[in-house]
Ligand binder design. Structure first.
Ligand code: 5AD
Length: 468
């Protein structure tokens, strides 16, 4: 059975990353029932992308077939994101296409992920074409819920957050043939005032280290060389197994696994960012020179209102510690502008922190009040126009910083993992261990290889290079 699934692995030369179907274990594939084909669309973070890979594994193990066009699907799934209002709205615009008598007949439509959890049974009123609503904390129940749909149930839900389990699958359909996502911790126990995640993803639960390391070894056997460990707060991971490894020890074990060339981990919380993580990076070249450490704001009073658990100075101490590393570690962050009560002075503190740290990448967002969060009850958010102006100012500053930092790399050499080939441009696209995107003349056969390139040009978001 495993072989049949392997045959589905397709490597396109057309530039985009080809879907690879990676069996994690030989899984008996059952005969499909009423629901034979499925279509799944994913919104949001890497955790969601990887959840969808695992959900697809469950569907494939049932003998179902993926299709690229929802019109051909018996089961249509949207895996949703609720982090900001705009993201949450996307699923409703998709569902609009299936209003009564409008293409949805005979199909089962399901909503997964954070909006599903947030809206729960209300979904059935808002969108009667939906018959399946399931949050990520209930994915272990998917086989049972799918059985009920197959049996003809019209309204099926998985909405309990009361779980100590992680979502384990026998089979995962990974979309990238070289870099594998691997969840080590699910949920979140923090209560940041702006954030909906603890309400949509449930309590924090860590996977045992042995299980994680087994999966790493399987991934290497399947040909993956880059492993990206995932968690809402990845560095809050605590080993529930008797080995009681620390997060830094886990990083070391993953990096020491023969065949693993690159390890990344995302997202770290400053509160749990301890010096032993930097020591692990120092002693393990396979641990990438890259840390994503969301700051959210450069103003201590705003951080206090956000309930982030650190001050500007404490955050900068973490950055100092990372700067002491032997290799130059590339830094990236997330920033929210216009949080409740953010003054011009607070905002300027954020700009000055960006100048001080000099990030290589910043993901910046306008504050969006979310249901059931502490901040949503406080009000006092900035006017939308003013948020937009601040966001543009911040992004322009960051563009200049990135351009300057990238230009300083002219003439340097980097090892890249080639991720794609763009036939129109005759270019290969690779990523350095610092996570920089580097374009250089290459061929389709370069995809998946590690090559050394020399930088000849620099823009704010990527580098141009030649083979060294
Ligand atoms: N509004 C705007 N941005 C948010 N983020 C989380 N919640 C909100 C919100 N309510 C941002 C944070 C987080 C990233 C994933 O999304 O910066 O780190």
């Amino acid at each position: 059975m495993g072989n049949e699934l392997v045959q589905l692995t397709v490597l396109e030369s057309a530039g985009t990353l080809a879907p690879a179907i990676a069996p994690q274990r030989a899984t008996p594939v059952s005969v499909p029932g009423r629901l034979r084909t499925f279509y799944i669309e994913t919104f949001g973070c890497q955790m969601n992308v990887h959840d969808s890979e695992k959900v697809q594994g469950v569907l494939l193990a049932r003998g179902m077939t993926p299709v690229d066009d929802h019109a051909q699907a018996d089961l249509i799934l949207y895996n949703t994101c609720s982090i900001r209002e705009k993201a949450a709205q996307k699923v409703f615009s998709r569902l609009g296409a299936f209003r009564k008598g409008n293409g949805g007949a005979g199909k089962v439509i399901g909503v997964l992920g954070c909006v599903a959890q947030q809206e729960g049974e209300r979904f059935f009123e808002r969108a009667p074409q939906v018959s399946f609503v399931c949050g990520s904390a209930s994915y272990s129940m998917l086989p049972e819920l799918l059985d009920r749909l197959e049996a003809g149930d019209r309204r099926v839900t998985g909405l309990s957050l009361d779980t100590e389990e992680c979502f384990e699958t026998e089979l995962t359909r990974r979309d990238n043939p070289f870099r594998a996502y691997l969840t080590i911790i699910e949920g979140c126990d923090q209560r940041c005032a702006f954030c909906v995640v603890p309400m949509t993803r449930g309590p924090q639960r860590s996977r045992p280290s042995e299980r994680i390391l087994d999966e790493v070894r399987r991934l290497v056997d399947e040909g993956y060389t880059e492993i990206q460990l995932l968690g809402q707060i990845v560095n809050a991971w605590e080993d529930p197994s008797p080995a009681r490894r620390s997060f830094a020890e886990l990083l070391a074990c993953v990096a020491e696994t023969p065949g693993v060339r690159r390890v990344r981990f995302t997202t770290s919380h400053p509160r749990f960012f301890t010096p032993d993580i930097v020591q692990a990076i120092d002693s393990h070249p396979a641990l990438c020179d890259q840390v994503h450490l969301p700051v959210q704001s450069g103003s201590t009073p705003v951080l206090e209102r956000m309930l982030r658990g650190y001050s500007r100075e404490e955050y900068l101490e973490r950055i100092d510690c990372i700067r002491q590393a032997r290799r130059t570690i590339s830094l990236s962050t997330d920033i929210i502008v216009g949080f409740c009560g953010e003054t011009r002075q607070d905002f300027e503190q954020t700009l000055s922190l960006m100048q001080e740290v000099e990030y290589d990448q910043v993901f910046s967002f306008k504050y969006s009040p979310r249901p059931n969060t502490l901040a949503a009850t406080q009000g006092d958010a900035l006017a939308e126009d003013e948020k937009g102006l601040r966001l543009a100012e911040l992004q322009e500053l960051q563009r200049q910083i990135q351009l300057r930092r990238n230009q300083a790399l002219l003439g340097e050499t980097f090892e890249v993992l080639v991720e794609a080939h763009q036939p129109r441009l005759g270019q290969a696209v690779g990523r350095s261990t610092t996570n920089r995107v580097i374009n250089f003349p290459g061929s389709p056969s370069d995809v998946g290889r590690y090559l050394t390139v020399r930088v000849t040009g620099a823009g704010p978001n990527s580098l141009v290079a030649v083979r060294a």
